[in-house]
Design a protein around this ligand. Structure first.
Ligand SMILES: [Fe+2]
Length: 149
């Protein structure tokens, strides 16, 4: 343990995200699921009551990714997926986005979640999910993309 601490202090050990700024590890992926459909209309809202916002950043330096394409989809209030609950949102010049929806319902044994597919030129496509906290009216959800190699 002492060696590890000293080695870390001296910078002798390489972490998987070597060179990354603190907090700039790529966002972990999550299941695409069976309900993704490409081509969702560009719109900032598909409902009211839950606001997801944040920034799209690029590893390893966490610079903003303007013009990133975020595709959101979630189950409707009745627990069914449909085109009314799909949207495409583009990040602004600072990489920021905002998306509003209803609070997603739990269904089929899964906790409430919002699917996200993030894409931008020069970066690997990220498919992940956001899990709202019970009773929350929104959350900040930054997405860190990995550069294409
Ligand atoms: Fe889902």
């Amino acid at each position: 343990m002492a060696f590890l601490s000293v080695a870390l202090w001296l910078g002798l050990l390489a972490w998987p995200a070597a060179g990354a700024a603190p907090g700039c590890a790529p966002t972990p992926g999550d299941a695409l699921g069976p309900f993704y459909r490409p081509g969702a209309p560009v719109r900032a809202s598909v409902g009211r009551g839950y606001v997801l916002s944040g920034r799209v950043l690029g590893a390893p330096v966490c610079g903003p990714v303007p013009g990133a394409r975020l595709e959101f989809w979630l189950a409707g209030p009745d627990g069914r997926y449909g085109d009314d609950y799909r949207a495409t949102v583009l990040t602004d010049a600072s990489g920021a986005y905002r998306f509003e929806s209803h609070f997603p319902p739990a269904y089929a044994g899964r906790p409430p979640h919002i699917h996200v597919r993030a894409s931008a030129p020069g970066y690997r496509v990220l498919v992940t999910q956001h899990y709202p906290r019970p009773g929350a009216t929104g959350a900040r959800f930054d997405l860190v993309l990995e550069p294409e190699t």
